[in-house]
Design a protein around this ligand. Structure first.
Ligand code: CTP
Length: 414
């Protein structure tokens, strides 16, 4: 199957609205990624105060970063714009988190040893907030035992290390060390700010449509975009869960930190879910699974011939993935989704009881397929709760909280 396309825009995260971030840039070719990261962070409502090392200014100008962040950029400890000449104190006190991106091998070494010989290292040492570093370097520099020692020390000191990624590097080599892409860095930062209502929980999610072959070139599918399932996977990961996503054929990028398995048919989705079901605490079935598959799909392309005329297809029923998992002797907490074309209240509750689910999330109309917003109703043992119309990311974060508060042994959240 084709690799999913990278998105033009990552999901917006409400968690970043109103947050004040200090974004520290150190020297490395990955500085170009920070222009896009800054745009994404400010678009999500965060205030981004940039400080650059002397080396970073060799890769991208402070003027560019000032224009994108909408704030003056600081590069020197002796900047006269700070009245009391205490840039390292003032700037670090304002921030709710300091993010160093890209974080060079040299800067990680400085941080690990508590050095403070320029503005950025000094304000990291003087901070009262959390520190996140996004390493970016050549693969040999990353795997060097000195760098690995420094990273281990930083982790032990409570510093959050995001990445690095693996792949082609600016130097022409391939391996670990390249900086996370801007949208992945953005999601990792957003994740950091989310309340961890699913900490320690393992969540399995199905998403997207299935594809049932007729012959090697034709098949039957549906209009599910996968957006709701992917948004839930992202929100569950951001809420601290270990998330496994079993996805039908969709063109969506994998949310940061989520383990993804791609499948095509309902039977493949069933097999993938059954294999992981004993290792999860929560199962959320968002996929629009085909109820039937073509009986004995042709192994050869069906040719158009005047004698035969139009082919007729016969169907066999696919297994019901959700009902199977809910019927296990000790099932995970099972959540179903149902898109109904009418009488949602009757059909939703009837479906919940038929599939033996503690929670079913229903909406009216297949017209929600592909849309960026959704309006749902929650059905559980206590009756029915209507949620307001929200975009799918905000709705996913809300649903994650609703699921978390219903889980056994979870301390209730407000
Ligand atoms: N589901 C599933 N496996 C199937 C069919 C459905 O896991 N073979 C799950 C869906 O992911 C969803 C829920 O069951 O969470 C309800 O899906 P829906 O298609 O509405 O239910 P059906 O039982 O197929 O009922 P209907 O006759 O309305 O299609």
């Amino acid at each position: 199957m084709a690799k999913p396309a990278e998105p033009a825009e990552p999901a917006q995260s409400a968690a970043l609205a109103g947050k004040h971030l200090m974004l520290g840039m150190t020297g490395g070719i990955a500085c170009y990624k920070i222009a896009e990261l800054t745009r994404l962070l400010t678009k999500a409502g965060a205030t981004v105060q940039i400080a650059m090392t002397e080396a970073a200014t060799q890769f991208i100008t402070p003027v560019t970063m000032q224009a994108l962040s909408g704030r003056p950029v600081y590069t020197s400890q002796w900047d006269a714009r700070i009245g009391n000449n205490m840039a390292h104190i003032d700037l670090s006190r304002e921030a709710q988190a300091i993010v160093i991106a890209p974080a060079s091998a040299d800067f990680l070494a400085k941080l690990a040893h508590g050095m403070a010989d320029d503005l950025l290292s000094t304000l990291c040492l003087a901070r009262e907030c959390e520190l996140l570093v996004v390493p970016a370097m050549n693969r040999q520099m990353w795997s060097n035992s000195a760098t690995q020692r420094n990273v281990a020390q930083l982790r032990a000191d409570g510093v959050h290390v995001l990445g690095p990624d693996s792949g082609a590097q600016a130097c022409g080599e391939v391996g670990d060390g390249r900086m996370l892409e801007p949208h992945a860095t953005f999601e990792a930062i957003a994740s950091f700010f989310q309340p961890k209502v699913l900490a320690g929980r393992r969540v399995l999610i199905t998403a997207g449509p299935t594809f049932e072959p007729i012959d090697p070139v034709r098949g039957i599918t549906n209009r599910s975009s996968g957006k709701m399932g992917f948004a839930l996977a992202r929100a569950a990961q951001q809420a601290g869960a270990d998330v496994r996503l079993v996805a039908g054929p969709v063109s969506l990028p994998t949310p940061w930190g989520v383990v993804r398995e791609d499948v095509e048919t309902a039977q493949q989705m069933y097999d993938a879910v059954v294999q992981s079901a004993n290792d999860c605490d929560v199962f959320i079935a968002v996929a629009a699974v085909a109820d039937w598959r073509v009986d004995q799909a042709s192994s050869q392309k069906i040719k158009k011939t005047a004698e035969r005329g139009a082919p007729s297809l016969s169907f066999v029923e696919n297994p019901d993935i959700l009902a199977t998992i809910a019927a296990l002797p000790s099932p995970p907490y099972c959540v179903g989704f149902a898109a109904e074309s009418g009488e949602l209240e009757t059909h939703g509750e009837e479906k919940r009881l038929r599939k033996k689910l503690p929670l079913l999330i229903g909406n009216l109309g297949p017209q929600t397929f592909g849309r960026n917003d959704n309006e749902v109703v929650l059905f559980d043992n206590n009756g029915l709760t209507r949620m307001p119309r929200m975009d799918k990311d905000a709705l996913a974060a809300t649903l994650v909280r609703e699921i978390a508060r219903r889980l056994p042994d979870t301390s209730l959240i407000s």
